[in-house]
Design a protein around this ligand. Structure first.
Ligand SMILES: [Fe+2]
Ligand SMILES: [Fe+2]
Length: 222
């Protein structure tokens, strides 16, 4: 059974992520490379642990989290499907069929349209939460202030000073806690681009048996 540590050392996976990082930087997208892959893997593992999944289920969610964006070097459109298929091509014989399918579905599911998102496993819900909650200044690739200000995704990410998930197992609530510099962007801009993400997070939390909460600058909005 392969572990996250082994996946993180696999030369093909590393190259997919490296090329994804370069391809999307070229397009001035926010970071989808190693920083994001590691963060989503780590956050997925943490959520799984905190909600009480088995060690192996947590490992599966973290592996899918690490690989979820690696298809971007082929194409931004459909990168979720390319990523899932690449995973199968590289590791088709290294996972049992059940684990393989869960990881493939989880990667494919992370960027589907609203109507098509379906949660077939805890891993797919966990990776949505881990991925969609990664909003942060360090994701912004472009460096010139005029360029940052010109793009709403860059503006909102740049203004986000901290972003973390808090899991309350007793109250059955997963809360995204953000600190946004409102001198830089009005909160409204956050909702302009992230309302869909919040809907996905709520559905993912519900699948896991949790409510989803949102706190921005100490105000509870959900
Ligand atoms: Fe993605
Ligand atoms: Fe992502």
């Amino acid at each position: 059974m392969l572990t996250l540590t082994q996946i993180k050392k696999h030369p093909q996976i590393l190259e997919f992520i490296k090329q994804t990082e370069l391809t999307l930087a070229e397009l001035s997208y926010t970071d989808h490379g190693f920083r994001h892959a590691n963060l989503v893997a780590e956050r997925a593992g943490k959520i799984a642990k905190e909600i009480g999944l088995s060690q192996r289920d947590g490992e599966i969610a973290a592996i899918a989290g690490f690989c979820h964006d690696m298809g971007n070097f082929l194409s931004r459109s459909y990168h979720n499907y390319f990523g899932a298929l690449l995973f199968q091509q590289v590791f088709g014989n290294d996972f049992n069929p059940k684990e393989l399918v869960i990881i493939m579905q989880t990667i494919a599911n992370h960027d589907k349209r609203k109507k098509e998102v379906s949660f077939a496993s805890s891993a797919s819900a966990i990776v949505i939460l881990a991925d969609k909650s990664d909003v942060h200044r360090s994701r912004v690739i472009v460096q010139k202030m005029e360029e940052i200000k010109a793009d709403i995704h860059d503006r909102v990410n740049y203004a986000t000073r901290s972003s973390r998930l808090e899991i309350d197992k007793n109250k059955k609530r997963i809360t995204l806690i953000l600190r946004i510099d409102t001198n830089f962007v009005p909160i409204m801009e956050y909702f302009e681009i992230f309302t869909n993400r919040m809907v996905f997070c709520r559905r993912a939390a519900e699948y896991l048996g949790y409510d989803f909460g949102l706190v921005i600058n100490k105000f509870r909005l959900l």
